[in-house]
Design a protein. Structure first.
Length: 138
């Protein structure tokens, strides 16, 4: 029984340090490189000339992203996302960022998080689009 308690405590320590490590890697200024949009019908659109940056600081998100993509050559779609002093938290398993906006809470999936690169995505229920942001650390 004692061994089981020690194994559980050891697991708990490593699990907590994993979340703290991800939070430290997430903090800082990130420059937007590419935005990928998948619409409700499964079509994908990219904007590699997207403009913007996000700052993660003390469980708060700041930043803006502006992007444009061509909808099958018929017309241009311009969109943006703005986070001003928006609270965020990592999920218990460290796989999601919960971004608490005034109107709703976004469940953003962490696709990639390294010291220099960050990719996350969330589904925008208002526009019926999956939005993926790829960034590099400044």
């Amino acid at each position: 029984m004692r061994k089981l308690v020690y194994v559980f405590l050891l697991f708990l320590v490593f699990a907590c340090s994993k979340i703290e490590h991800k939070q430290k890697m997430l903090e800082g200024n990130w420059k937007l490189n590419v935005v990928r949009i998948e619409d409700g019908e499964g079509f994908m659109f990219y904007d590699s000339a997207a403009v913007g940056a996000f700052t993660f600081l003390n469980n708060t998100l700041f930043g803006r992203a502006d992007y444009t993509y061509s909808y099958f050559g018929l017309y241009q779609v311009s969109d943006s996302v703005l986070f001003e002093n928006t609270a965020l938290a990592l999920s218990a398993d460290g796989m999601y960022i919960q971004i608490a906006r005034p109107t709703d809470t976004l469940q953003a999936k962490l696709i990639m998080l390294t010291k220099k690169q960050l990719t996350f995505e969330y589904y925008d229920f208002l526009q019926y689009r999956l939005k993926r942001f790829s960034l590099t650390k400044q």
